[in-house]
Design a protein around this ligand. Structure first.
Ligand code: NAD
Ligand code: IPM
Ligand code: MN
Length: 365
């Protein structure tokens, strides 16, 4: 079987601590399921590289990455030295947009053994997936500042929602729901206040829903939707949102399941015209960097999503995904745990424990 080419980009902060644990588990899974992985380690797309060169990436970054099957990405951002909009628009957001990774999948799940901050919730009651539009919407470069430095200073930044961009994310969400047991879609909106784009967005959802009579759907304004994530998380199955709404919901959801240190993310170009990118939802966490205490599970679960994607959700890729998720379940139930979950274990301890479970035939299945 041909090797999958993986660009490995640690980035900044705890990205550099969780990537090695992700690789440790990837190696264990690849070995056990006979998957060939060929890594290309990349030090650019980091604020260290920026400090040396004055830019986030070399000019030929796109050529260097285009031939890859996937990008395994830690986190970018070191706001003490580089403003976040420079570091992120110079790396991660470029990847998402230029590689047309228009689907951002972010599963949210309450695991056995993880203390839930919401009273009385049990595993099984929180198990949904956020489908985030990942290339347009509120993240636009259309706008500017006028009369800068004067009293009349005005800043405008447009949201951009294209019909193609909106329909394809709606379609993905409805297709995904159709494959799931509950077959329900919740559309995040704000059509009461954002009076041009959001009523239009609702209309595109309604139009798409007509093609999926077997999928139940509703739309909810983002404000009450946030409240319901906390109060009634069991209501949700597939939640689809614009770029910004999806961003917010995908930190809120995992927070409701105990920690954002668990939450994985797949930024996908489903047509496979370009490499897809697999990364934790969380960032570089400067406040805990250097202590080897970051929870590596978000990175490790992202590795599972990557193998599943590379294997077209069948065969060895699916088996490797399932084995990694099973090992995560076991470690969350039995320990060790990192401090974000009340434990005292290190990033490395977790990586080793999960890799060992993935490698062993006896403890699985
Ligand atoms: P953050 O996600 O980095 O951290 C938020 C809080 O969660 C911090 O208290 C942190 O310690 C904690 N946390 C995050 N990941 C954790 C983990 N794996 N284990 C335990 N605790 C964890 O968000 P922030 O503080 O808003 O951003 C810090 C930097 O990261 C900024 O530069 C930001 O722009 C960047 N960022 C990058 C990405 C990305 O590359 N995908 C995502 C979010 C933020
Ligand atoms: C995420 C992050 C990024 C986003 C930032 C770092 C630009 O928060 O992946 O959720 O907003 O998409
Ligand atoms: Mn985010």
């Amino acid at each position: 079987t041909p090797a999958f080419k993986i660009a490995v980009i640690p980035g900044d902060g705890i990205g550099k601590e969780v990537i090695p644990e992700g690789l440790r588990v990837l190696d264990a899974a690849a070995q056990r399921f006979g998957i060939q992985l060929e890594y290309r380690h990349i030090e650019w797309a980091s604020c260290d590289y920026y400090a040396q060169t004055g830019k986030m990436m070399p000019d030929d970054w796109k050529d260097q990455l285009s031939g890859m099957d996937a990008i395994f990405f830690g986190a970018v951002g070191w706001p003490d030295t580089v403003p976040d909009h420079i570091s992120l628009w110079g790396s991660l957001i470029k990847f998402r947009r230029e590689f047309d990774q228009y689907i951002n999948l972010r599963p949210v799940r309450l695991f056995e053994g993880v203390p839930c901050p919401l009273a009385g919730r049990k595993p099984g009651e929180i198990d949904f997936i956020v489908v985030r539009e990942n290339t347009e919407g509120e993240y636009s470069s259309v706008g500017g500042i006028s009369y800068e430095g004067t009293e009349r200073e005005v800043v405008v930044q447009q949201s951009v929602h294209s019909r193609i961009g909106t329909d394809r994310v709606m379609k993905f969400a409805f297709e995904l729901a159709r494959q799931r047991e509950r077959k329900e879609v919740t559309v995040a909106t704000k059509s009461n206040g954002i009076s041009i784009s959001m009523p239009w967005w609702d209309g595109r959802a309604a139009e798409m829903a007509k093609q999926y009579p077997d999928v139940a759907w509703d739309k909810q304004h983002i404000d009450i939707l946030c409240a319901r994530f906390v109060l009634q998380p069991q209501r949700f199955d597939v939640v689809v949102g614009s770029n910004l709404f999806g961003d917010i919901l995908s930190d809120l959801g995992p927070a409701c399941t105990g920690t954002i240190g668990l939450a994985p993310s797949a930024s996908m170009n489903p047509e496979r015209k370009f490499p897809s990118l697999f990364e934790p939802v969380h960032g570089s966490a400067p406040d805990i960097y250097g202590k080897n205490i970051a929870n590596p599970i978000a990175m490790i679960w992202s590795a599972a999503l990557m193998l599943d994607f590379l294997g077209n959700s069948e065969g060895a890729g699916r088996a490797a995904h399932d084995a990694i998720v099973k090992a995560i379940e076991t470690v969350l139930a039995q320990g060790p745990r990192t401090p974000d979950l009340g434990g005292a274990a290190s990033t490395t301890d977790l990586g080793k424990a999960i890799a060992a479970l993935v490698a062993s035939d006896t403890k699985q299945n």
